[in-house]
Design a protein around this ligand. Structure first.
Ligand SMILES: NC(=O)c1ccc[n+]([C@@H]2O[C@H](COP(=O)([O-])OP(=O)(O)OC[C@H]3O[C@@H](n4cnc5c(N)ncnc54)[C@H](OP(=O)(O)O)[C@@H]3O)[C@@H](O)[C@H]2O)c1
Length: 158
């Protein structure tokens, strides 16, 4: 089971501001939908609250430390650690799972992930949540795909 990070990152490495993604990019969302469709998506509780409802066609996994947290949707399940979620998924049929953020979850998984799809937006923005620094020695750039306002970089762990 491949663990794949997927994120959209501004030129200055911002991924979030005030609990939201600080830009709107329809084409990038389409890329996200197409890449993740049919596979489980793992996200932190804050990202879950920013999205506000389950991403359709995907098993939504929300990570929280709050044992009292509840979610009123049957398409989403809660785990209390990333490892607990990964252990659960290991017993499933999925060949890939996507780690979709936010900053805290990316920081905690970047050293364990097998692949990354990073959409580098063509602009800088102000923000308060950043993608972690990528240790280039540990990753091979597999391909770049150009879109009008972003470029997708696909990395594979060396
Ligand atoms: N541009 C992008 O691609 C992208 C993608 C996703 C999100 N975002 C943005 O990123 C921001 C959110 O990121 P964030 O770093 O603030 O929060 P986050 O990573 O989405 O969620 C953090 C929360 O996840 C839970 N958590 C994290 N690690 C855990 C662990 N090891 N065990 C159990 N629970 C754990 C905790 O929830 P509890 O506090 O409930 O315990 C923690 O407060 C938002 O602005 C969002 O819009 C951007």
């Amino acid at each position: 089971m491949k663990r794949i990070i997927i994120a959209a990152v501004s030129k200055n490495n911002v991924i979030g501001k005030n609990g939201k993604v600080p830009w709107q990019a329809k084409e990038e969302l389409k890329h996200f939908q197409k890449t993740t469709m049919g596979f489980p998506v793992i996200m932190g509780r804050k990202t879950w609250e920013a999205i506000g409802k389950p991403l359709e066609g995907r098993l939504n996994i929300v990570i929280t430390r709050n044992l009292d947290y509840s979610i009123p949707f049957h398409e989403a399940i809660i785990f209390y650690s990333i490892q607990q979620a990964l252990n659960f998924l290991k017993t499933s049929v999925y060949e890939k799972i996507f780690i979709i953020g936010g900053g805290e979850i990316f920081r905690e998984t970047i050293d364990e992930a097998d692949e990354m799809f990073l959409s580098e937006m063509n602009f800088e923005v102000e923000g308060d949540v950043y993608f972690p620094v990528i240790d280039r020695k540990k990753w091979t750039l597999d391909f770049n795909e150009l879109f009008s306002d972003f470029t997708v970089h696909h990395y594979i762990r060396k």
